[in-house]
Design a protein around this ligand. Structure first.
Ligand SMILES: Cc1ncc(COP(=O)(O)O)c(C=O)c1O
Length: 374
């Protein structure tokens, strides 16, 4: 079966994991600091902290804004469930808005349509790694959380996605452009927010036992006592995850080049077929991360099943959240998101695909079009 998502792990990642094992220390440690420094430098971020998942980073991002309890946060319905869960768990109300059916990204008018007296913030998602047009959204004047889970390596007008709004998050889960198995990151325009995030991620404890020991090295120091600054859950990343991340970061340009080449090939091949609407490329001056190749077509379900029958796995990202009863917004109509729910399909795009895999996928899709007179 050709998988729809995938990563490419090499000897360096394995060596870094083995080094952790041999050192007998797998928990939070030095590798996290090294990864954070390298990641910040590579992507020119003003501040950065690694955490244990992108989902948890979203929750932390919402909490970092210190909004009044019960505030409304506007976000696209066409996104991953963690976005809405983070808002709910932080004691606020997710208010779903539509996206543009071509870019699959939220626009200023989509947000404006949902503004009420309780609106306190906006959450945007750089879908598939295509940068949201941030300036019009920022000009609305609300604090903006950027979900850059798909957008490691993406830029908007020369700036790294994730670091354009007030707080931004990244995901390094098993299928992302940079993977550590499970992991995430958080950045903020104000570095003080990330200093706080580093406290929050360790149950709100200001200093780790080790740091306290160093700080309190005097003769009567009680290094086992710590200063709890605020209530928070544990989101510490491990030395193992960070070690994998360090190696992934060293090879990210190569991984991105593989993704870009496959994307270009798909764009050329499918752009010629009248029945497929290909995804939008990055605006001049922006950079796409090519996280997923999501195209649109008639007979989407039939194509997905045909590909599955031929050992090619595909998926739909995302089933719109407002269509899920949990959020009690099923009566809301978001036309573009609902259309995308019926006609978009993510086909395999990742650095472990071989040329044969890519050719097989393209041939199967062309054949499907012919046999269905599309
Ligand atoms: C848009 C979006 N946001 C957040 C997340 C959560 O990231 P993680 O899987 O690291 O928790 C994902 C995961 O797929 C995602 O697609």
């Amino acid at each position: 079966m050709i998988s729809v998502f995938g990563s490419l792990i090499g000897d360096e990642e394995i060596a870094n994991v083995m080094a952790c094992m041999r050192s007998q220390w797998m928990g939070f440690g030095k590798n996290v600091e090294i990864f954070e420094k390298k990641y910040m430098e590579k992507y020119h971020l003003p501040s950065f902290a690694m955490v244990d998942s992108g989902s948890n980073a979203l929750y932390m991002a919402v909490k970092l804004l210190d909004l009044p309890h019960g505030s409304e946060i506007i976000l696209p319905s066409f996104t991953w469930v963690s976005c809405a869960q983070a808002i709910l768990l932080a004691g606020h109300r997710p208010v779903f808005c539509d996206v543009d059916h071509r870019t699959m990204n939220v626009r200023r008018e989509d947000v404006e349509a949902k503004v009420t007296g309780k609106t306190a913030a906006v959450m945007v998602v750089h879908y598939a790694g295509l940068a949201v047009d941030m300036d019009p959204i920022l000009s609305l004047g609300y604090p903006v959380i950027e979900d850059a889970a798909h957008a490691v390596d993406s830029t908007y007008k020369g700036n790294p996605c994730g670091a354009i709004g007030d707080v931004g998050i990244f995901s390094y889960d098993a299928v992302k452009n940079l993977t550590v198995g499970e992991g995430g990151g958080i950045t903020a325009r104000l570095p003080a927010r990330i200093e706080r995030a580093k406290v929050m991620r360790y149950c709100g404890i200001g200093k780790s036992g080790f740091d306290s020991a160093v700080a309190n090295a005097g003769g009567k120091a009680r290094w086992w006592e710590y200063n709890i600054q605020e209530p928070f859950i544990k989101m510490l990343p491990t030395n193992i995850a960070a070690g994998i991340g360090i190696a992934q970061l060293d090879r990210i340009d190569t991984l991105q080049k593989i993704r870009a080449d496959i994307w270009r090939h798909y764009q050329d091949e499918f752009g010629r077929l009248g029945w497929i609407t290909t995804p939008v490329d990055a605006q001049p001056g922006d950079r796409h991360s090519y996280f997923t190749y999501c195209m649109r077509m008639p007979k989407r379900d039939d194509l997905a099943h045909y590909l599955l029958d031929n050992d090619v796995y595909t998926t739909v990202r995302y089933h719109p959240l407002h269509m899920n009863p949990l959020y009690k917004q099923m009566d809301v109509r978001l036309k573009n998101s609902e259309v995308l729910n019926d006609d978009c399909l993510s086909i395999p795009l990742h650095p472990r695909l071989s040329t044969d895999d890519v050719n097989k996928i393209v041939d199967l899709i062309k054949k499907f079009g012919k046999t269905h007179a599309l």
